[in-house]
Design a protein around this ligand. Structure first.
Ligand code: FNR
Length: 183
């Protein structure tokens, strides 16, 4: 059986985003346990109900990608103790129109990275709540609150610190089990 496909929403649009780097490291560490697919969310317009009259191609593509995935992983920066606006925008698009919520029933998990000491805790918790609101079955324990340390990465952004790799690997196993259980 092939590994579950996990649609990954990275809440930062920045080229050098530490959250995107975390997503790439999680994908690398997951190996063949999960197939992580980082989705484009930067080309989604700001949510506007009127656009459903002639939905933009980016919106249709995004909704189809979520619908086709077995699970969802949100990896977001903490902005002012919450999730980022691009992530909220993407989740709003996926949840509408009424009756066409592509998140409904999907196993999901949230994490996030910050250079700060608190590991984006408030942003991650708010994201987990949001995913629950749109109908995902959210794994909240164990949690990953990632305080990004440049010295734990090589010059290409690859995570090199064994303790962190091992912790992330255990979390990936937990999410794979969660997907089997609730998916
Ligand atoms: C931040 N940052 C931040 N960090 C944090 O730990 N808690 C917070 O509440 C905030 N708030 C916040 C608001 C806004 C508008 C910005 C732009 C930034 C800092 C943030 O964690 C840092 O810029 C990260 O590098 C952003 O993630 P990416 O873009 O590197 O993935």
């Amino acid at each position: 059986m092939s590994a579950p496909v996990v649609a990954v929403l990275v809440g930062s649009l920045r080229a050098k985003s530490i959250n995107r780097r975390l997503a790439e490291n999680i994908a690398r560490i997951a190996g063949d346990r999960l197939q992580l697919k980082i989705l484009e969310i930067g080309d989604l317009p700001l949510y506007n109900d009127d656009l459903w009259a002639d939905p933009p191609a980016s919106v249709l593509r995004f909704k189809q990608e979520i619908a086709a995935a077995d699970a969802v992983m949100a990896i977001t920066p903490e902005y002012n103790r919450s999730f980022s606006a691009p992530l909220k925008n993407a989740i709003d698009w996926g949840s509408k129109p009424m009756g066409k919520n592509v998140f409904s029933g999907k196993p999901a998990v949230a994490t996030g990275a910050t250079p700060g000491a608190l590991g984006a805790l408030a942003g991650v918790m708010a994201t987990a709540q949001l995913l629950g609101v749109v109908g995902c079955a959210v794994m909240t324990t164990p949690g990953v609150y990632f305080s990004a340390k440049p010295e734990h990465h090589d010059e290409n952004g690859v995570l090199t610190e064994e303790g962190t790799i091992s912790f992330l690997s255990g979390w990936i196993d937990s999410f794979a089990t969660w997907i089997k259980k609730v998916g």
